[in-house]
Design a binder for this molecule. Structure first.
Ligand code: SF4
Ligand code: FES
Length: 239
């Protein structure tokens, strides 16, 4: 079996002043994912390596890492697609807890801030809340997000200012605002309208390039800007 080198950034902030790189040689074939390779390192070469994963099938969103400087899901990246050495480090723009594990608390706070659930004025009923295929189509793409955070590692604005709500949270807000069953738009708009909302986005677009689920957060944020401009104009007229 052929082999490739993984150069992995190791770091335990409580004990080490700076991160360092460690090289491992791993066997691979056409079906070997980066996550498989990390599991090989942990099981066969160095049990102290720390990283996150769960589903192995691009659903749980927990295995994000930088691969040669680009945010990727470990389970959706294959060694066959890379040159002889892969440089693996923790997702950019998040504090490292250990090796490839980052603290995503700020990301989760931003998701929660946009009230990512159906808000309805309707009285509770056992009747189904029906939606036509056309109504579903309006937001469906934006509901495919798996909260992996890759778009935050790709976003230079989030890198500069962690208060920026960022691509996934703004996409989630837009997803619920577009849902025919939801009446919570007016509760979410203040979050979109503020400086750290849609207007901090400079439309670099790298978030959409790295998104493993083709959610296209850059499009959602741009559409959010249109909604925000309309909302602010209406507030002006209302005085
Ligand atoms: S928008 Fe895409 S990259 Fe961003 S958190 Fe969701 S799935 Fe991940
Ligand atoms: S292990 Fe779940 S997305 Fe990769």
């Amino acid at each position: 079996m052929s082999t490739k080198k993984l150069s992995i950034q190791r770091y335990l902030p409580e004990q080490e002043a700076t991160p360092y790189w460690q090289e491992f040689e791993v066997p691979f074939d056409d079906s070997t994912s980066l996550l498989d390779a990390l599991n090989y390192v942990k099981e066969e070469l160095d049990g102290t390596l720390s990283y996150r994963w769960s589903c192995r099938m691009a659903i749980c969103g927990s295995c994000g890492v930088m691969v040669n400087g680009i945010p990727k899901l470990g389970c959706k990246s294959f060694l066959r697609d890379y040159p002889d050495t892969l440089k693996i480090s923790a997702l950019s723009h998040f504090p490292v807890e250990k090796d490839l594990i980052v603290d995503m608390e700020v990301f989760l706070d931003h998701l929660a801030a946009v009230q990512p659930y159906l808000i309805t004025n309707a009285a509770e009923t056992d009747e189904p809340n029906r939606q036509t295929p056309a109504q579903l189509e309006k937001y469906k793409q934006f509901s495919d997000c798996i909260n992996c955070g890759l778009c935050y590692s790709a976003c230079p604005q989030f890198g500069l200012n962690q208060e920026f709500l960022g691509p996934a949270a703004l996409t989630l807000a837009h997803r619920y605002n577009l849902d025919s069953r939801d009446q919570g738009k007016q509760q979410r708009m203040p979050q979109l309208n503020r400086h750290e909302g849609v207007w901090s986005c400079t439309f670099v677009g790298f978030c959409s390039q790295v998104c493993p689920k083709n959610v296209d957060p850059a499009a959602a944020v741009n559409q959010g800007k249109v909604e925000s401009a309309k909302d602010m104009l209406i507030s002006l007229f209302k005085g």
